[in-house]
Write a protein that binds this ligand. Structure first.
Ligand code: B4P
Length: 187
């Protein structure tokens, strides 16, 4: 199964993807994690994206599409992937469909975690206080939310038209959201 976890920044995509990896052995393809790994390694790619991410802006489509393409064989070998934080633009969604179709695959489900802005802001303020992630500062988080509303939310009709979209309440506890995801995957 190829699954997209969809939602605004801090909706819990990474949190839930990691649980699904542990419980179901699925492969998580998180462009955010891949970009942060590039920054930590001090690679040329990391240097290019560091400032963009710290500001809260989206990294260019070419970069994230190439990162995903590189990992698709691994996901295919494992029987599918959880796409976490990708796609974030219409161009990325179209590229993903093309890359999967080229391998005789497709996206099976898109699970949207719905969380209101006040709850997102509270989660990120907590993580910023605890971990100090550079893009969790209030200014950058505002930019991230704005990027979601302008570039990523317009993908919802794209997946709805394909009959793949399931809307889930992402406001509950991590365990409650996990149960809602498991029910959606069973259905
Ligand atoms: P990401 O790493 O993808 O995003 P994230 O904001 O961390 O969101 P996520 O939804 O995974 O939240 P999490 O589970 O961690 O992106 C970071 C940046 O990378 C982007 O701004 C952009 O610059 C770049 N980027 C990545 N992909 C890109 C792409 N495709 N195109 C262009 N640029 C890209 O949860 C957040 C917090 O909430 C955690 O502290 C967690 O413990 C807590 N939490 C989770 N669920 C909760 C719950 N149910 N209740 C209470 N707290 C909860």
């Amino acid at each position: 199964m190829n699954l997209i976890l969809f939602g605004p920044p801090a909706a819990g995509k990474g949190t839930q993807a990691k649980r699904l990896v542990e419980e179901r052995g699925m492969v998580q393809l998180s462009t955010g994690d891949m970009l942060r790994a590039a920054i930590s390694s001090g690679s040329e790619l990391g240097e290019r994206v560091k400032g963009i991410m710290a500001r809260g802006d989206l990294v260019s489509d070419d970069i994230v599409i190439a990162l995903i393409e590189e990992r698709l064989p691994e996901a295919e070998a494992a029987g599918g992937a959880i796409f976490d934080g990708f796609p974030r633009t219409v161009a990325q969604a179209e590229a993903l469909d093309r890359m999967l179709a080229g391998r005789g695959r497709r996206i099976d489900k898109v699970l949207r975690l719905k969380v209101d802005d006040a709850a997102l802001t509270a989660r990120i303020a907590k993580r910023f206080a605890e971990q100090g992630r550079p893009d969790d500062n209030p200014d950058s988080f505002g930019v991230r939310l704005d990027a979601y509303n302008r570039n990523t939310a317009p993908l919802l009709p794209y997946y709805e038209a394909q009959g793949k979209l399931t809307e889930l309440d992402g406001m509950g506890s991590i365990d409650e959201v996990a149960r809602a995801i498991d029910e959606a995957l069973a259905g």
